[in-house]
Design a protein around this ligand. Structure first.
Ligand SMILES: [Zn+2]
Length: 346
């Protein structure tokens, strides 16, 4: 599928150099409300979700093509119930209000999307943990070259170089940490082994992106945690190693956009199909509503009566890597707001 307009440019280009308007008061950055000011944040990333509340939840974070349907019964930390979204959004709005009051900044009061919010350059340190069973490629030994390409793909996607909105985020690789531990391979989502892996390996503050690479359970492409006011040892993104660009073997999903997608969750984006056709959907006004995930790369898909065709080219849908190439301006603002209140202070 060749919908991505700047695919060749994207793959050939280095990190785009983009100038952003600095509209957001620097005073706002780094102001995080005292934890005591709020009730405990909902743990949307809990692996032990009560089954009764989630019986109708769509499947998982990101699964491979045709296998997706079969996996629909699985719960995923990145597909939330309406109640979970409601709780998260209330916390987000409260945190934004508090931040605005404290800083008297230009943060838009109470808006979780806030089109007026600035796209200040924000540099995110990245630590990549390569989980290996042994030193073979089949055992998880993803070369440095692919990891560097993944960082490049992130920088291009978040700069708008692939055709979407510029977000203001850039990614700096700090370290590649290679770990040989057969008991963590494959990485099983929601397992005690995942917790022990992250407890042992996670580094940095809330602003540090910890990315775990490996073979994954259940044919998953990846999963991520959403931001919270307090640092959780589980914080980070897990990505199928073979989804990385420049050599990954995951057919249709090897251009690096599983990484792009999971980092979107880490920066507080929901799926474009969150909430289906009703309600506030994904909480972003410029992503048209979508009844359910799109797979592969459908033409002219339009599953809701509301205006706009399905956002199948958005990084937060489930389409092929070659099909998705953009974030919207609304998503960019939402991520920057979330960064300010949840992740800016290490
Ligand atoms: Zn997802």
């Amino acid at each position: 599928m060749g919908l991505r307009p700047n695919l060749l440019t994207r793959r050939a280009a280095g990190v785009a150099s983009t100038t952003f308007a600095l509209l957001l008061s620097t005073a706002a950055v780094g102001v995080v409300p005292a934890a005591s000011a709020y009730s405990a944040a909902p743990d949307s990333t809990s692996c032990a979700e009560p089954t009764d509340a989630h019986a109708d939840v769509h499947s998982d974070a990101r699964v491979r093509g045709g296998a997706a349907k079969a996996a629909h019964k699985r719960h995923d930390p990145n597909e939330l119930t309406a109640k979970q979204v409601q709780e998260r959004e209330a916390d987000f709005a409260a945190a934004l209000r508090n931040s605005t009051l404290r800083s008297k900044s230009s943060l838009r009061t109470g808006s979780t999307e806030g089109q007026t919010v600035a796209l200040a350059p924000i540099s995110i340190p990245v630590v990549v943990h390569v989980i290996q069973r042994d030193s073979t490629r089949a055992g998880g030994n993803i070369p440095d070259s692919m990891i560097n390409s993944q960082i490049s793909v992130l920088n291009q996607a978040y700069s708008g170089a692939t055709g979407g909105a510029a977000t203001g985020f850039t990614f700096q690789l700090q370290k590649i940490n290679r770990v040989t531990n057969a008991s963590w391979y494959p990485i099983v989502q929601g397992s005690s082994a995942e917790r022990s892996m992250k407890t042992s390996l996670r580094t940095g503050g809330k602003n540090t992106l910890n990315m775990y690479l490996g073979e994954l359970s259940d044919d998953l492409l990846g999963w991520a945690t959403f931001p919270k006011r307090t640092l959780d040892v589980m914080d980070g993104v897990v990505v199928l190693g073979e989804s990385l660009p420049s050599g990954g073997t995951a057919t249709n999903y090897n251009l690096g956009d599983t990484g792009t997608h999971e980092v979107g969750h880490w920066l507080n984006l929901y799926h474009t199909f969150q909430g289906g056709c009703s309600g506030s959907g994904d909480g972003v006004s410029d992503t048209p509503a979508e009844r359910e995930p799109a797979y592969q790369c459908p033409t002219g898909r339009d599953t809701c009566t509301a205006a706009g065709k399905d956002p199948i080219t958005n990084f937060m849908d489930y389409t092929y890597d070659s099909c998705m190439y953009q974030f919207t301006a609304g998503q960019a603002s939402r991520m920057v707001n979330a960064w300010t209140v949840y992740r800016a202070a290490a």
